[in-house]
Design a binder for this molecule. Structure first.
Ligand code: 3AM
Length: 180
């Protein structure tokens, strides 16, 4: 079985900018700079033959390259039980269009449709018992964060290896987007 997800890679420049946001929140486990990405679709565990179907279906996606701008920071979970700190992305029709194409390609491969609405974000940190006041300060201090635009020219199929030291992400294949 392979644990897979589809994501947009970020440029070194944007990853450095995002890594620069880290700090100041006790109980936060910050994403390593190399692991920062924008997940389009978490696939989960699939057998190898289905992984090959997924690869073929993703290779058939035709969508244009587009600019992506990072915009703002936020938190998932309630104020008392915040789970994830994230960076947001500026609203983008092209991103929504690409995500819909990835979703329909995966459903054609027999995966169950994603029930949750696509909420594009980059996970900056996972939180455990982080004090609400420090989260509040992080959000207000970093509220004006913006970076980019970068040009999104491919999507990537990742394999996630779960281990004691956290997940290790292995890029299996890149699928180019059309020059726009
Ligand atoms: O890119 P982020 O960090 O938001 O949280 C996991 C990570 O998302 C998510 O897939 C990405 C790559 O691991 N993920 C992991 N398990 C998941 C699950 N069961 C999941 N998303 C949805 N359902």
């Amino acid at each position: 079985m392979l644990r897979l997800f589809v994501a947009i890679d970020l440029t070194e420049e944007l990853r450095q900018r995002l890594a620069g946001l880290a700090g100041g929140v006790p109980g936060a486990r910050w994403t390593e700079s190399d692991n920062l990405h924008l997940t389009l679709r978490f696939i989960g565990e699939v057998p190898e033959d289905q992984a090959m179907d997924i690869d073929a279906a993703l290779a058939e996606i035709r969508a244009p390259a587009f600019p992506l701008t990072l915009d703002g920071v936020g938190v998932y979970g309630s104020a008392r039980r915040a789970r994830v700190l994230w960076a947001g992305v500026e609203r983008s029709e092209a991103l929504a269009h690409l995500q819909a194409k990835v979703e329909s390609a995966l459903v054609r491969c027999g995966l169950p449709a994603e029930e949750r609405k696509f909420s594009p974000h980059i996970t900056l940190a996972r939180l455990k018992d982080a004090p609400a006041d420090r989260i509040g300060r992080f959000l207000s201090d970093r509220g004006l964060f913006r970076a980019g635009p970068m040009s999104v020219e491919h999507v990537t199929l990742y394999r996630s290896h779960l281990g004691n030291g956290g997940a290790v992400y292995e890029a299996l294949r890149e699928y180019p987007l059309a020059e726009s």
